[in-house]
Design a protein. Structure first.
Length: 402
């Protein structure tokens, strides 16, 4: 399938919508009342610091809703206003935040059902409105919806679209796209659908395995078993790694993406020589600005003296997990929570570990004066951050009185 031609054709269809519907001001007022926070603005204005009693909160200087996420949510709200009676669907979570997705349900925006691990588009009918989330949708899903005659509202973040353009360039020159990402993540699924040959590597360790195979060969069956769910159909590591291009899931850790890019650049230079590098290797900067800004702000925050760190974001939010990784690597006691409800008491907190498991930690909130670092992922509204901060103040006040 010529994915580039299909996307171009889709974008010229009267059923395709990439911009708003003229309800921007009305929606902006609604979003402000539902998601923004006067407390968070107060902390911003006070050099990202607030002290009450024994508690000092230090906010990261870049956190929460990014432009792409805010745009996607606003477009979803506009869609409901513009199509007040039509059935509206979303192909996946609009963003990785439970409160925002619950708000979608309250607005009678439904999610495509998943049966046996696959989305069931049979429930969608001609004339229905379908929203593509901020992470995008696969080209196959777009084709299904187009063939059904649905009205498509595309809220895909432009940074994600930029990665799609990159893998299209790889495909045009018959390069294999090596994608730094999670093969189950919606964004990476969408990106790989626009690629030709592709291989998805989760981290530097997997990239080093691939680089070693490029230089020295290895056990072909072992390679294919290792990446069985993370490569294109018919992938042949002995042929398809001769010409490679680098791409990434936009929410991955910036430093690791850069390390992986450098690793493969040096690998191909060693294999084919500096003079022939451009015939075997392509790299474009596809790291999202917002992800980078939040990671840089987190790196600055963990340099301060903190007693503990609270990272707020959806448990399936990749960019939030990367923020948690930074705190973990610094040895700072840290807790990734998705809402204030995870704070069970001053003695107990339920939080997500880096391995994805949920755990309840006792005695998480120290006695006496404490400094708490706070950040949130790009899909987290300020109001959710406010709720968490106020809960901590409340608990410490109760402890102090007791």
């Amino acid at each position: 399938m010529d994915t580039k031609a299909f996307k171009r054709s889709l974008q010229h269809s009267e059923n395709y919508h990439r911009k708003g519907f003229g309800h921007q001001e009305e929606v902006a007022t609604q979003l402000q009342s539902e998601y923004q926070s006067q407390l968070i603005q107060q902390i911003r204005n006070n050099n990202y610091t607030l002290t009450r009693g024994d508690v000092t909160i230090r906010l990261a200087q870049a956190f929460g809703f990014c432009w792409g996420v805010e745009r996607a949510v606003a477009m979803a709200y506009e869609t409901r206003k513009h199509f007040p009676t039509e059935r509206i669907w979303i192909t996946n979570e609009i963003i990785h935040n439970p409160s925002v997705n619950q708000r979608m349900r309250e607005m009678n925006v439904e999610f495509i059902p998943v049966t046996a691990g696959k989305k069931d588009f049979a429930i969608v009918e001609t004339g229905d409105v379908v929203i593509l989330p901020a992470f995008g949708a696969s080209v196959q899903e777009m084709q299904i919806l187009n063939d059904k005659g649905c009205k498509i509202v595309d809220t895909t973040c432009p940074w994600v679209s930029k990665v799609w353009n990159t893998v299209e360039k790889h495909k045009k020159r018959e390069y294999t796209s090596i994608i730094h990402g999670k093969y189950k993540h919606e964004e990476t699924i969408a990106t790989s659908s626009f690629a030709g040959k592709y291989l998805i590597v989760l981290n530097l360790k997997e990239a080093e395995y691939v680089a070693n195979y490029i230089l020295h060969g290895g056990n072909r069956e072992e390679f294919l078993a290792k990446f069985s769910k993370a490569c294109s159909a018919g992938f042949d590591p002995d042929k398809d790694l001769e010409m490679i291009g680098i791409a990434n899931q936009t929410t991955m850790l910036k430093s690791e993406t850069e390390q992986i890019g450098k690793l493969f650049e040096h690998t191909m230079m060693q294999k084919y020589g500096p003079a022939n590098l451009n015939d075997h290797f392509q790299s474009f900067n596809t790291i999202c600005d917002a992800t980078q800004e939040r990671q840089d702000a987190m790196l600055q925050l963990v340099e301060q003296k903190l007693d503990l760190m609270i990272v707020i974001g959806g448990f399936n939010s990749s960019n939030t997990t990367q923020l948690q990784q930074i705190a973990f690597e610094r040895g700072i006691p840290s807790y990734h929570i998705d809402s204030v409800d995870r704070i069970l008491s001053e003695n107990r907190i339920e939080h997500r570990l880096l391995n994805g498991h949920l755990e309840i930690t006792n005695n998480w909130l120290p006695d006496g004066e404490i400094v708490i670092g706070v950040t949130s992922g790009a899909s987290t509204p300020d109001k959710v951050v406010e709720d968490v901060i106020e809960k901590i103040f409340e608990l410490k006040s109760i402890v102090a009185i007791a």
